[in-house]
Design a protein around this ligand. Sequence first.
Ligand code: NCD
Ligand code: ZN
Ligand code: ZN
Length: 358
Amino acid sequence: MNSLTLPGLIDVHTHLRVPGGEHKEDFATGTAAALAGGVTMVLGMPNTTPPLSTPEALALAHAAARADARCDVGLFAGASPQAIGQLTAVAPHAVALKIYLNDTFGPLRVEDVPTLRACFRDWPRAKLIAMHAEKQSVAVGIGLAAAYARPVHFCHISRREEIELIADAKMRGLPVTCEVTPHHLFLDQSHAARLGPLGDMRPVLGTPDDVAALWEHLNDTVDCIATDHAPHTLAEKYSAAPPPGVAGLETSLVLMVTAVVQPRAPHQRLTLERLIELMHTNPRRLYNLPAQPETRVEVDLTPTTIRNVGMHSKCGWTPFDGMPVAGRVQRVILRGQVVYEDGQVLAERGAGRLIGDA
Ligand code: NCD
Ligand code: ZN
Ligand code: ZN
């Protein structure tokens, strides 16, 4: 086995930074990074400037995505107490709703019950609600899923206590799902200490026991792998007030493939079938995303090392620089066209489709 062929991967958690953060990333560079990582469809998060909480802001981001995206893109709407009156007006234009319960990059935050109640009553039932929820906020999200009998998806679950709570809720039949990131699977606190600001993100890197819990639950409780691709410039990262977040689109598949073909530890093992469920089938089902016919990713299984040089993300750095992996993305085909080959992104700006704007 010296190569693998996979369906086009779907990353349901990326920050493409438009509008307002174009110096960190834009649709052209973010979707180039996606293709370089074997990802042919991305969902973009709403914590932009201004945030995607009004039809106007979403329309601005959609126009930019239509012009610039090289792979398919859908966008989240962001819940905000200030703009809660516009929730039903933004809903037709977004793939899903994002609620930030805890502190992280950007101004979006929901800390009051009336806003949560409005979200759960008024957001269309056909569209998912996703949450940035840490520690006991996960219990809040599970409670809301139960109270309103509607699905809640938990972003970037990173701690043993969180994944165990979600496992318990699933056992009870509650409609909850979750994603984990490659950085929470492959890095821990010891890396955070070495990486400094380049190893800082929300949620922060966990203890070795947290990391072990995520691997333990990868075959049952975890629904998808999502990168939380959150690029910030090196200058920002080395400033007095470094923003949390790390890039992930270009490294996610090669890291997960490493768990399939040369696991670094016996418990860090994954089957190829499970990888495809976590990175394609489940993301598509959860967010009700369209099929991409004649789309595939070819991975060359020659061991290599992740490097900052040659990255397509505008930020130009990864916390995995120097990490050995089992292969590299060789070729990506989207709707019958070769869109990436041997380090070169071949898709033009605007070749990607916008998803979910009614
Ligand atoms: C994200 C960002 O930079 O937008 N940062 C992060 O550390 N994960 C925000 C988020 O996903 O919480
Ligand atoms: Zn988050
Ligand atoms: Zn994020």
